[in-house]
Design a protein. Structure first.
Length: 346
């Protein structure tokens, strides 16, 4: 109870008291970095859209920062756990913070603030460690005791707020992870029709492919689109004429007998993560590629750095202009079983 003669705290003091992390939360924030520290998508925003040797990391982090993409995810998860208990009741983790909790791929996405949504129209605000969005929200899912926007809603939130390519990378991952359908995404788009950025969100949804297996594959697909090339089929199993499995490829144009592979930072770079003997894995991959060519296929590969050049498109355009008949065939690879997660009504 306020006693006679006590002076009321001013509005700024009350606001700082409400927003400042307390106790355990403050201690957890130690080591998470201050809001001004370099973070994915902030350190080099002035270079967006330009090629750089440092752009080979899927998060667009400067290599000099010395922080891996996984470390940024871990730090952001820690930040969520630190600040969420101090926030107003009804705060639902959303946008890129929700994507981190889901384990979705992210690229050039800022993770210096925890994003939450409250069920109200407008009233968004940005604080040193948090960004509050205000928009109608009638459902959520629970992850480790935290309320999180459902996967389809998260895709649309990111499509409304992130740059186009970053939104497609995250949207591809969430779409494939949860088996989101066109109808589910269309419904969320309809609910967001009055929100800022709806025109881009529609473009993002139209460009999504849940069969993408990585940020690099999503960006490769967008690179081909940007270069005016026809959209390839994704994730194909190559078979011999008698039906024996030869290998799986990222992209293919079966009618032209063209197969495409995204390698990562280096040629055959995916093999750097192979278990066991890497030289032996490299030898097997080269034998596999020789066999694909012997079956009559063009095989075109590219790396992260080549995504920023026209070289893959030039080689692919040449291959498509010289269609051939392959002895082997390509079938769509089975999709991974989608994760199921119960939705709660708010």
């Amino acid at each position: 109870m306020k006693r006679h003669g006590d002076s009321a705290p001013d509005a700024d003091t009350e606001r700082r008291r409400h927003c400042a992390p307390k106790g355990l939360a403050r201690r957890l924030l130690e080591g998470c970095g201050a809001p001004g520290d370099a973070a994915p998508g902030r350190a080099d925003t002035s270079r967006r859209g330009r090629s750089s040797a440092n752009d080979s990391t899927p998060w667009g982090i400067s290599m000099a920062a010395g922080v891996s993409a996984q470390n940024w995810r871990d730090r952001h998860r820690l930040l969520i756990e630190a600040v969420l208990p101090e926030m107003a009741e009804g705060s639902v983790v959303s946008h890129q913070s929700a994507a981190v909790l889901y384990g979705a791929p992210l690229w050039r996405t800022p993770l210096d603030r925890v994003c939450v949504t409250r069920n109200r129209r407008g009233g968004g605000r940005t604080r040193p460690y948090t960004k509050v969005h205000g928009s109608p929200l009638d459902s959520a899912v629970e992850i480790d005791g935290m309320l999180v926007t459902p996967p389809a809603r998260t895709v649309i939130d990111l499509a409304l707020s992130l740059p186009f390519e970053a939104a497609v990378v995250a949207g591809d991952g969430l779409t494939g992870m949860f088996g989101l359908t066109e109808a589910e995404l269309a419904e969320e788009l309809s609910l967001a029709r009055c929100r800022h950025g709806i025109a881009q969100a529609k473009r993002v949804v139209a460009a999504l492919d849940g069969r993408s297996q990585s940020a690099g594959e999503s960006l490769s697909r967008l690179m081909l689109r940007r270069q005016g090339l026809p959209a390839p089929a994704t994730q194909g199993n190559v078979l011999t004429p008698d039906g024996r499995f030869v290998g799986r490829v990222d992209f293919y144009y079966e009618e032209f007998a063209v197969l495409c592979e995204f390698d990562g930072p280096l040629r055959y770079g995916r093999l750097l993560h192979a278990a066991g003997n890497v030289p032996e894995a490299l030898r097997r991959e080269q034998i596999r590629e020789t066999y694909l060519r012997a079956l009559g296929f063009h095989v075109i590969r590219w790396t992260w750095n080549e995504l920023h050049t026209d070289d893959p498109a030039r080689r692919l355009r040449t291959a498509l202009s010289r269609p051939r008949r392959a002895d082997g065939r390509v079938e769509p690879a089975p999709a991974s079983a989608p994760r199921r997660i119960p939705t709660l009504r708010l």
